[in-house]
Design a protein around this ligand. Structure first.
Ligand code: GUN
Ligand code: ZN
Length: 474
């Protein structure tokens, strides 16, 4: 039995870099995506040329009319314990915001009932936003992580997550901190319980674990050395590493001062002793995602590229916290993979296309020659295939290449009038390629959650868990 989805298809095919994304853009106004019982893509192309099954009735057809089929969004950085912290007032820049808004909000997940409700709400928000795969910055509390992994598995979404590790910090962070020893034991335990344990077949596993030191200022050199050892012993099982890097100028000054290092990246590269001397193993690699990287120097960018580490680019959050703008051209030119992250709750949008929209605006506004108008294919790439690459899952997801697993969204513009009118009445060039790019740009810029009609992971429709009724106290 095969399942065929008919609609207007956009995806970035093959394995291009971001600068080649426009050449790899596929647009099929009368497209078909054919998926087998295992959830693998067996065809993506014009509907009339699709392979027909030998036996009649062996093809289930879902005709989405003028609906769009695009790969599921990949959010490479968002915070589960900040589900209710978007639009939190009273912080301003990063360190004040953490102190007055975020650490107290995250401490509320110490209550298991609150944590369980938060996990269901978080998962529902992800489904509404079409985020089929995500690197989720976790809670400090193991019971909250259990609730998160459970809600995610019930819904059928992909996840990489790990508890946020803090062994240093201000008084407001005290409820989130543990001893050095507990930090390592809890990370080790989380890996054993949750990493890839949802399936006997590693290729079909949807659940992975990351080692997540919060940021430079929340860990000691002892923690970093022990995490390096833990990572050495778990890397070959595909464990991830996730943290924040060089987001805010004041934060960077404090990191350099307190560790005595030349650059922020040294802290995660095993060179966290004074003078950037080696103190342990590097935490960088193909399964490492560093959020922000706004103020990196060229050496840091090259080192990320050399180690295969990726950047979660979070412009919505950078605007909210006044952190600055990651230089697009320079970062991409260094060869490091740049994927999109909402950074909920500093980011006040759950939808990756809103992140791509702000990326377009901030990079066009970069000064002088640095300013660039992103091509819509580069935007789609950054929110889908680059995310798959950053998660080291490019062999499975990110586009509609045959053999990949079918993670996709059905977008029905009729459910969101502003999008419907952009698509119906926007000016279209006579040139076919430009007209195609205009449609994709309008789709990405005008998309809002109500227009996401269906979310599929591994060919299966994802459903939202029951969420607390409106007006519920928590
Ligand atoms: N740096 C350390 N913690 C955080 C966080 O929760 N959000 C952001 N944006 N940056 C951080
Ligand atoms: Zn963050």
């Amino acid at each position: 039995m095969t399942t065929t989805h008919l609609g207007q298809i956009f995806h970035v095919a093959g394995q291009p870099t971001v600068t080649d994304a426009s050449r790899a853009l596929v647009w099929l106004p009368d497209g078909a995506l054919v998926v087998d019982d295992a959830g693998d893509i067996i065809y993506c192309g014009p509907r009339d040329s699709r392979p027909r099954p030998a036996a009649p009735g062996a093809e289930a057809i879902h005709d989405h009319g003028s609906g769009f089929l695009i790969p599921g969004f990949v959010d490479t950085h968002l915070h589960f314990p900040q589900t209710y912290s978007t639009d939190a007032y009273g912080g301003g820049h990063l360190l004040n915001w953490l102190d007055s808004c975020v650490f107290p909000a995250e401490a509320r997940l110490a209550d298991p009932e609150f944590a369980a409700r938060t996990a269901r709400n978080f998962t529902a928000r992800r489904i509404a936003a079409g985020t089929t795969a995500a690197m989720v910055f976790g809670s400090a509390f193991p019971h909250a992580q259990e609730a998160l992994f459970t809600a995610t598995e019930r819904a059928g979404l992909r996840i990489v997550s790990g508890r946020g590790i803090q062994t240093a910090g201000p008084a407001s962070a005290a409820p989130l901190m543990t001893t050095e020893r507990a930090a390592i034991e809890l990370a080790d335990d989380e890996i054993r319980r949750w990493h890839g344990t949802d399936s006997d077949d590693p290729r079909s596993s949807l659940r992975h674990v990351a080692i997540v030191p919060r940021f430079g200022l929340s860990v000691t050199t002892t923690t970093l050395a022990a995490l390096g050892e833990l990572y050495d012993s778990t890397r070959d099982r595909g464990v991830y590493m996730h943290t924040h890097l060089s987001e805010n100028i004041h934060e960077i000054d404090l990191v350099r001062e307190s560790f005595g290092v030349d650059g922020y990246l040294d802290v995660f590269d095993g060179r966290f002793q004074r003078g950037s001397r080696t103190g342990g193993s590097s935490l960088l690699g193909r399964r490492t995602i560093l959020a922000h990287a706004v103020h990196c120097n060229d050496d840091e960018l090259s080192r990320m590229a050399e180690t295969g580490s990726s950047i979660a680019h979070c412009p919505v959050s950078q605007l909210f916290l006044g952190s600055g703008t990651m230089p697009w051209r320079r970062t991409v030119a260094a060869g490091v993979t740049v994927a999109a992250g909402t950074d909920v709750g500093a980011g006040d949008e759950w939808l990756i296309s809103r992140v791509l929209s702000d990326a377009y605006k901030v990079h066009l506004s970069e000064p002088g020659d640095a300013g660039v108008a992103m091509h819509p294919a580069e935007m789609l790439f950054t929110g889908t295939l680059a995310g798959a690459r950053a998660l080291d899952l490019e062999d499975r997801i990110g586009n509609f290449d045959v053999g990949k697993q079918a993670d996709f969204l059905v977008i029905d513009a009729g459910r969101w009038a502003p999008l419907e009118s952009i698509l119906a009445h926007g000016v279209r060039a006579d040139d076919e390629t430009l007209a195609r790019d205009q449609i994709l740009f309008g789709l990405l810029m005008g998309l809002r959650e109500p227009a996401i009609a269906e979310v599929h992971v591994q060919g299966r429709r994802v459903t939202a868990p029951p969420v607390p009724p409106p007006g519920c106290r928590i």
